[in-house]
Design a protein around this ligand. Structure first.
Ligand code: UT7
Length: 336
Protein backbone atom coordinates (compact mmCIF):
# COMPACT_ATOMS: atom_id res chain seq x y z
CA UNK A 1 0.00 0.00 0.00
CA UNK A 2 1.14 3.50 -0.82
CA UNK A 3 0.50 6.58 1.31
CA UNK A 4 -0.93 9.92 0.16
CA UNK A 5 0.55 13.31 1.01
CA UNK A 6 -0.52 16.85 0.21
CA UNK A 7 2.06 18.28 -2.18
CA UNK A 8 0.50 21.70 -2.74
CA UNK A 9 -2.37 23.87 -1.51
CA UNK A 10 -4.11 26.87 -3.05
CA UNK A 11 -7.15 29.04 -2.52
CA UNK A 12 -9.07 31.81 -4.21
CA UNK A 13 -11.81 34.17 -3.03
CA UNK A 14 -13.53 36.86 -5.12
CA UNK A 15 -12.40 40.45 -4.47
CA UNK A 16 -15.88 41.72 -3.66
CA UNK A 17 -16.21 42.03 0.16
CA UNK A 18 -19.76 42.05 1.57
CA UNK A 19 -19.97 43.20 5.19
CA UNK A 20 -22.77 42.55 7.66
CA UNK A 21 -23.72 46.22 7.31
CA UNK A 22 -24.01 45.75 3.53
CA UNK A 23 -26.50 42.92 4.12
CA UNK A 24 -28.49 45.01 6.60
CA UNK A 25 -29.20 47.44 3.75
CA UNK A 26 -31.10 44.79 1.77
CA UNK A 27 -32.75 42.75 4.56
CA UNK A 28 -33.79 43.06 8.19
CA UNK A 29 -30.58 41.96 9.88
CA UNK A 30 -27.72 43.60 11.72
CA UNK A 31 -24.03 43.22 12.44
CA UNK A 32 -24.60 42.43 16.14
CA UNK A 33 -26.98 39.51 15.42
CA UNK A 34 -24.72 37.99 12.77
CA UNK A 35 -21.55 38.31 14.85
CA UNK A 36 -23.16 37.04 18.02
CA UNK A 37 -24.76 33.96 16.41
CA UNK A 38 -22.12 33.06 13.81
CA UNK A 39 -18.90 35.04 14.39
CA UNK A 40 -19.01 36.28 10.78
CA UNK A 41 -18.06 39.89 10.02
CA UNK A 42 -17.78 39.72 6.24
CA UNK A 43 -17.82 37.32 3.32
CA UNK A 44 -16.92 37.41 -0.39
CA UNK A 45 -19.50 37.38 -3.17
CA UNK A 46 -18.92 36.98 -6.87
CA UNK A 47 -19.76 40.25 -8.60
CA UNK A 48 -21.67 40.09 -11.86
CA UNK A 49 -19.16 40.48 -14.67
CA UNK A 50 -16.05 39.58 -12.64
CA UNK A 51 -15.69 36.37 -14.65
CA UNK A 52 -15.98 34.05 -11.67
CA UNK A 53 -18.09 30.93 -11.32
CA UNK A 54 -17.74 27.81 -9.19
CA UNK A 55 -15.57 26.13 -11.84
CA UNK A 56 -13.52 29.29 -12.54
CA UNK A 57 -12.77 29.87 -8.84
CA UNK A 58 -11.88 26.19 -8.50
CA UNK A 59 -9.53 26.51 -11.46
CA UNK A 60 -7.84 29.56 -9.90
CA UNK A 61 -7.29 27.74 -6.59
CA UNK A 62 -6.07 24.65 -8.46
CA UNK A 63 -3.51 26.69 -10.42
CA UNK A 64 -1.93 27.91 -7.19
CA UNK A 65 -1.94 24.42 -5.68
CA UNK A 66 -0.32 22.98 -8.82
CA UNK A 67 2.39 25.66 -8.88
CA UNK A 68 3.22 25.06 -5.22
CA UNK A 69 3.23 21.29 -5.62
CA UNK A 70 5.86 21.32 -8.35
CA UNK A 71 3.74 18.70 -10.12
CA UNK A 72 2.92 19.38 -13.74
CA UNK A 73 -0.71 19.49 -14.86
CA UNK A 74 0.33 16.86 -17.41
CA UNK A 75 1.00 14.44 -14.56
CA UNK A 76 -2.46 14.75 -12.98
CA UNK A 77 -4.18 11.34 -13.10
CA UNK A 78 -7.58 12.32 -11.67
CA UNK A 79 -9.58 15.45 -10.80
CA UNK A 80 -12.08 15.32 -7.92
CA UNK A 81 -14.30 18.39 -7.59
CA UNK A 82 -16.56 18.93 -4.55
CA UNK A 83 -19.40 21.46 -4.74
CA UNK A 84 -23.09 21.94 -4.02
CA UNK A 85 -23.28 24.91 -6.38
CA UNK A 86 -22.05 23.67 -9.77
CA UNK A 87 -22.14 25.94 -12.80
CA UNK A 88 -24.50 23.51 -14.56
CA UNK A 89 -26.71 20.54 -13.71
CA UNK A 90 -24.39 18.72 -16.06
CA UNK A 91 -21.62 18.33 -16.92
CA UNK A 92 -19.80 18.63 -13.61
CA UNK A 93 -17.23 21.25 -12.66
CA UNK A 94 -14.40 18.70 -12.79
CA UNK A 95 -14.43 18.49 -16.56
CA UNK A 96 -14.71 22.28 -16.82
CA UNK A 97 -11.53 22.68 -14.79
CA UNK A 98 -9.88 20.01 -16.91
CA UNK A 99 -10.63 22.09 -19.99
CA UNK A 100 -9.64 25.42 -18.42
CA UNK A 101 -6.28 24.06 -17.25
CA UNK A 102 -5.75 22.14 -20.46
CA UNK A 103 -5.30 18.87 -18.60
CA UNK A 104 -5.16 15.76 -20.79
CA UNK A 105 -7.97 13.20 -20.89
CA UNK A 106 -7.77 12.01 -17.30
CA UNK A 107 -10.93 11.10 -15.36
CA UNK A 108 -12.81 13.91 -13.63
CA UNK A 109 -15.29 13.21 -10.86
CA UNK A 110 -17.73 15.53 -9.07
CA UNK A 111 -18.53 14.86 -5.41
CA UNK A 112 -21.82 16.06 -3.90
CA UNK A 113 -21.44 15.95 -0.16
CA UNK A 114 -21.87 19.62 0.66
CA UNK A 115 -20.01 20.73 3.79
CA UNK A 116 -18.25 17.36 4.05
CA UNK A 117 -17.49 17.43 0.33
CA UNK A 118 -13.81 18.27 0.56
CA UNK A 119 -13.05 15.47 3.03
CA UNK A 120 -15.10 13.03 0.94
CA UNK A 121 -13.12 14.15 -2.13
CA UNK A 122 -9.85 13.80 -0.22
CA UNK A 123 -10.86 10.30 0.83
CA UNK A 124 -11.72 9.29 -2.75
CA UNK A 125 -8.36 10.60 -3.94
CA UNK A 126 -6.56 8.85 -1.07
CA UNK A 127 -8.08 5.44 -1.96
CA UNK A 128 -6.89 5.72 -5.59
CA UNK A 129 -3.38 6.75 -4.53
CA UNK A 130 -3.09 4.17 -1.73
CA UNK A 131 -3.90 1.31 -4.07
CA UNK A 132 -1.43 2.57 -6.67
CA UNK A 133 -4.04 3.16 -9.36
CA UNK A 134 -3.19 6.87 -9.59
CA UNK A 135 -0.15 8.86 -8.47
CA UNK A 136 -1.27 12.51 -8.59
CA UNK A 137 -4.80 13.72 -7.88
CA UNK A 138 -6.13 17.28 -8.00
CA UNK A 139 -8.82 17.82 -5.34
CA UNK A 140 -10.96 20.98 -5.42
CA UNK A 141 -13.74 22.43 -3.27
CA UNK A 142 -15.52 25.49 -4.63
CA UNK A 143 -18.83 27.28 -4.07
CA UNK A 144 -20.77 30.12 -5.62
CA UNK A 145 -23.40 30.53 -2.91
CA UNK A 146 -24.27 34.13 -3.65
CA UNK A 147 -25.72 33.11 -7.02
CA UNK A 148 -28.53 31.17 -5.31
CA UNK A 149 -29.43 32.79 -1.99
CA UNK A 150 -32.54 34.71 -0.98
CA UNK A 151 -31.26 38.19 -0.09
CA UNK A 152 -34.58 39.35 1.33
CA UNK A 153 -35.61 39.23 4.99
CA UNK A 154 -37.37 35.92 4.26
CA UNK A 155 -33.98 34.28 3.62
CA UNK A 156 -31.93 35.99 6.33
CA UNK A 157 -31.53 32.86 8.50
CA UNK A 158 -29.49 31.27 5.71
CA UNK A 159 -28.17 33.97 3.42
CA UNK A 160 -26.08 35.90 5.97
CA UNK A 161 -24.01 32.78 6.69
CA UNK A 162 -22.73 31.70 3.31
CA UNK A 163 -19.91 33.06 1.15
CA UNK A 164 -18.13 32.28 -2.12
CA UNK A 165 -14.64 30.88 -2.64
CA UNK A 166 -12.49 27.90 -3.56
CA UNK A 167 -9.63 25.82 -2.26
CA UNK A 168 -7.56 23.04 -3.81
CA UNK A 169 -4.96 20.43 -2.96
CA UNK A 170 -2.63 18.39 -5.12
CA UNK A 171 -2.22 14.93 -3.64
CA UNK A 172 0.61 12.60 -4.49
CA UNK A 173 2.23 9.36 -3.39
CA UNK A 174 4.30 9.92 -0.25
CA UNK A 175 7.96 8.86 -0.32
CA UNK A 176 8.22 8.76 3.46
CA UNK A 177 6.34 6.11 5.34
CA UNK A 178 4.16 7.67 8.00
CA UNK A 179 3.88 11.08 6.30
CA UNK A 180 0.60 12.08 4.72
CA UNK A 181 -3.04 11.10 5.14
CA UNK A 182 -3.22 8.57 7.99
CA UNK A 183 -6.94 7.89 7.68
CA UNK A 184 -10.28 9.31 6.58
CA UNK A 185 -13.68 8.62 8.14
CA UNK A 186 -16.95 9.20 6.28
CA UNK A 187 -20.56 9.08 7.50
CA UNK A 188 -24.03 10.02 6.39
CA UNK A 189 -27.59 9.83 7.73
CA UNK A 190 -30.11 10.31 4.96
CA UNK A 191 -33.13 10.48 7.23
CA UNK A 192 -32.28 14.14 7.85
CA UNK A 193 -31.67 14.92 4.18
CA UNK A 194 -34.28 17.67 3.93
CA UNK A 195 -33.28 19.51 7.12
CA UNK A 196 -30.62 21.33 5.09
CA UNK A 197 -31.55 21.19 1.46
CA UNK A 198 -32.32 22.90 -1.82
CA UNK A 199 -35.34 21.18 -3.35
CA UNK A 200 -35.44 22.93 -6.67
CA UNK A 201 -35.22 23.74 -9.43
CA UNK A 202 -34.81 20.04 -9.94
CA UNK A 203 -36.41 17.20 -11.81
CA UNK A 204 -38.94 17.05 -8.94
CA UNK A 205 -39.53 20.82 -8.78
CA UNK A 206 -39.25 22.44 -12.18
CA UNK A 207 -39.45 26.22 -12.50
CA UNK A 208 -42.90 26.59 -14.14
CA UNK A 209 -44.35 24.15 -11.56
CA UNK A 210 -42.76 26.05 -8.69
CA UNK A 211 -44.23 29.31 -9.90
CA UNK A 212 -47.65 27.73 -10.52
CA UNK A 213 -47.68 26.15 -7.04
CA UNK A 214 -46.50 29.32 -5.31
CA UNK A 215 -48.22 32.24 -7.02
CA UNK A 216 -47.63 34.43 -3.95
CA UNK A 217 -44.00 33.35 -3.77
CA UNK A 218 -44.20 32.87 0.01
CA UNK A 219 -42.95 29.27 0.22
CA UNK A 220 -40.34 29.15 -2.48
CA UNK A 221 -38.43 25.86 -2.76
CA UNK A 222 -35.70 27.21 -5.00
CA UNK A 223 -33.78 28.76 -2.14
CA UNK A 224 -31.89 26.66 0.42
CA UNK A 225 -33.79 25.58 3.53
CA UNK A 226 -31.99 25.05 6.83
CA UNK A 227 -33.44 23.95 10.15
CA UNK A 228 -30.67 25.90 11.87
CA UNK A 229 -31.03 24.78 15.47
CA UNK A 230 -31.47 21.11 14.53
CA UNK A 231 -28.41 21.28 12.28
CA UNK A 232 -26.44 23.00 15.04
CA UNK A 233 -27.33 20.33 17.62
CA UNK A 234 -26.38 17.48 15.29
CA UNK A 235 -23.21 19.26 14.20
CA UNK A 236 -21.66 19.53 17.65
CA UNK A 237 -22.32 15.83 18.36
CA UNK A 238 -21.08 14.52 15.01
CA UNK A 239 -18.01 16.79 14.91
CA UNK A 240 -16.94 15.44 18.30
CA UNK A 241 -17.60 11.81 17.36
CA UNK A 242 -15.77 11.91 14.06
CA UNK A 243 -12.72 13.71 15.48
CA UNK A 244 -12.45 11.07 18.21
CA UNK A 245 -12.94 8.29 15.65
CA UNK A 246 -10.01 9.65 13.62
CA UNK A 247 -7.75 9.97 16.64
CA UNK A 248 -8.56 6.51 18.00
CA UNK A 249 -8.03 4.86 14.61
CA UNK A 250 -4.44 6.12 14.75
CA UNK A 251 -3.75 5.53 18.44
CA UNK A 252 -3.73 9.29 19.05
CA UNK A 253 -5.21 11.45 21.79
CA UNK A 254 -6.67 14.95 21.77
CA UNK A 255 -3.37 16.31 23.16
CA UNK A 256 -1.61 15.04 20.00
CA UNK A 257 -3.57 17.44 17.74
CA UNK A 258 -1.26 20.21 16.49
CA UNK A 259 -3.95 21.79 14.32
CA UNK A 260 -7.67 21.14 14.06
CA UNK A 261 -9.26 22.60 10.95
CA UNK A 262 -13.01 22.36 11.36
CA UNK A 263 -15.36 23.06 8.47
CA UNK A 264 -16.21 26.73 8.93
CA UNK A 265 -19.95 26.31 9.59
CA UNK A 266 -20.35 28.67 12.49
CA UNK A 267 -17.69 30.07 14.86
CA UNK A 268 -19.90 28.99 17.79
CA UNK A 269 -19.66 25.35 16.63
CA UNK A 270 -15.85 25.56 16.39
CA UNK A 271 -15.67 27.19 19.83
CA UNK A 272 -17.91 24.51 21.31
CA UNK A 273 -15.60 21.79 19.96
CA UNK A 274 -12.51 23.66 21.14
CA UNK A 275 -13.89 23.96 24.67
CA UNK A 276 -15.12 20.36 24.75
CA UNK A 277 -11.68 19.06 23.77
CA UNK A 278 -9.89 21.71 25.88
CA UNK A 279 -7.80 22.82 22.89
CA UNK A 280 -5.70 26.01 22.99
CA UNK A 281 -6.43 28.83 20.53
CA UNK A 282 -3.36 27.93 18.46
CA UNK A 283 -4.61 24.34 18.02
CA UNK A 284 -7.78 25.36 16.13
CA UNK A 285 -7.89 27.38 12.91
CA UNK A 286 -10.87 29.61 12.12
CA UNK A 287 -11.36 32.11 9.32
CA UNK A 288 -15.15 32.13 9.03
CA UNK A 289 -14.98 35.70 10.34
CA UNK A 290 -13.63 36.81 6.91
CA UNK A 291 -15.32 34.43 4.51
CA UNK A 292 -18.52 33.10 6.06
CA UNK A 293 -19.39 29.47 5.45
CA UNK A 294 -18.02 28.41 2.07
CA UNK A 295 -19.22 24.79 2.36
CA UNK A 296 -16.94 22.46 0.32
CA UNK A 297 -14.36 25.25 0.01
CA UNK A 298 -14.09 26.10 3.70
CA UNK A 299 -11.59 23.41 4.75
CA UNK A 300 -9.18 23.82 1.80
CA UNK A 301 -9.27 27.63 2.16
CA UNK A 302 -8.60 27.37 5.91
CA UNK A 303 -5.91 24.70 5.44
CA UNK A 304 -4.20 26.81 2.77
CA UNK A 305 -4.21 29.92 4.98
CA UNK A 306 -3.00 27.99 8.03
CA UNK A 307 -0.14 26.58 5.95
CA UNK A 308 0.68 30.03 4.46
CA UNK A 309 0.83 31.47 8.00
CA UNK A 310 3.26 28.74 9.08
CA UNK A 311 0.70 27.20 11.43
CA UNK A 312 0.88 23.79 9.73
CA UNK A 313 4.45 22.45 9.67
CA UNK A 314 6.25 19.27 8.81
CA UNK A 315 5.66 16.61 11.43
CA UNK A 316 2.40 18.18 12.69
CA UNK A 317 -0.69 16.12 13.31
CA UNK A 318 -3.49 17.90 11.46
CA UNK A 319 -7.14 16.92 11.86
CA UNK A 320 -9.84 18.01 9.41
CA UNK A 321 -13.50 17.60 10.38
CA UNK A 322 -16.81 18.52 8.79
CA UNK A 323 -20.56 18.19 9.19
CA UNK A 324 -23.39 19.35 6.98
CA UNK A 325 -26.24 18.67 4.61
CA UNK A 326 -27.13 15.04 4.01
CA UNK A 327 -26.57 14.82 6.90
CA UNK A 328 -22.96 13.95 6.14
CA UNK A 329 -19.91 14.18 8.37
CA UNK A 330 -16.28 13.24 8.02
CA UNK A 331 -12.75 13.61 9.33
CA UNK A 332 -9.21 13.16 8.07
CA UNK A 333 -6.06 12.73 10.14
CA UNK A 334 -2.87 13.88 8.41
CA UNK A 335 0.78 13.69 9.44
CA UNK A 336 2.25 16.75 7.73
O1 UT7 B 1 -22.41 24.30 7.07
C1 UT7 B 1 -23.58 23.58 7.09
C2 UT7 B 1 -24.03 23.33 8.44
N1 UT7 B 1 -24.72 24.49 8.95
C3 UT7 B 1 -24.63 24.79 10.22
O2 UT7 B 1 -23.91 24.16 10.94
C4 UT7 B 1 -25.52 25.90 10.74
C5 UT7 B 1 -26.06 25.52 12.08
N2 UT7 B 1 -26.98 26.49 12.62
C6 UT7 B 1 -26.62 27.74 12.98
O3 UT7 B 1 -25.48 28.10 12.82
C7 UT7 B 1 -27.64 28.63 13.64
O4 UT7 B 1 -28.83 27.88 13.88
C8 UT7 B 1 -27.98 29.90 12.82
C9 UT7 B 1 -26.80 30.86 12.86
C10 UT7 B 1 -28.32 29.51 11.42
C11 UT7 B 1 -29.19 30.63 13.44
O5 UT7 B 1 -28.93 30.94 14.77
P1 UT7 B 1 -30.03 30.58 15.88
O6 UT7 B 1 -29.46 31.03 17.16
O7 UT7 B 1 -30.33 29.11 15.75
O8 UT7 B 1 -31.25 31.51 15.48
P2 UT7 B 1 -32.74 31.10 15.10
O9 UT7 B 1 -32.80 30.54 13.73
O10 UT7 B 1 -33.34 30.31 16.23
O11 UT7 B 1 -33.43 32.50 15.08
C12 UT7 B 1 -33.53 33.32 16.28
C13 UT7 B 1 -34.21 34.62 15.91
C14 UT7 B 1 -35.52 34.43 15.14
O12 UT7 B 1 -36.40 35.46 15.54
P3 UT7 B 1 -37.55 35.19 16.66
O13 UT7 B 1 -38.39 34.09 16.08
O14 UT7 B 1 -36.81 34.77 17.88
O15 UT7 B 1 -38.22 36.50 16.75
C15 UT7 B 1 -35.13 34.67 13.70
O16 UT7 B 1 -36.18 35.13 12.92
O17 UT7 B 1 -33.36 35.40 15.05
C16 UT7 B 1 -34.08 35.74 13.86
N3 UT7 B 1 -33.12 35.77 12.75
C17 UT7 B 1 -32.41 36.86 12.44
N4 UT7 B 1 -32.36 38.10 12.97
C18 UT7 B 1 -31.52 38.98 12.41
C19 UT7 B 1 -32.79 34.77 11.91
N5 UT7 B 1 -31.85 35.19 11.05
C20 UT7 B 1 -31.60 36.48 11.36
C21 UT7 B 1 -30.73 37.45 10.83
N6 UT7 B 1 -30.71 38.68 11.38
N7 UT7 B 1 -29.91 37.18 9.80
Amino acid sequence: MYQTKIAGLGSYVPENVVTNDDLSKVMDTNDAWIQERTGITERRHIKKGDGNSTAVMGMKAAKVALERSGISKDDIDLIVFATLSPDYYFPGCGVQVQEMLDIHTCPALDVRNQCSGFIYALSVADQFIKTGMYKNVLVIGSENHSGGLDFTTRGRGVSVIFGDGAGAAVLTQSDHNGQGILSTHLHSEGKHALELSLKGPSTMHWVPEIIAENPQGDDIPYYPYMNGQFVFKNAVVRFSEVIMEGLQANGLEVKDIDMLIPHQANLRISQFIQQKFKLEDDQVYNNIQKYGNTTAASIPIALTEAWEEGKVKEGDTVVLAAFGSGFTWASAVIKW
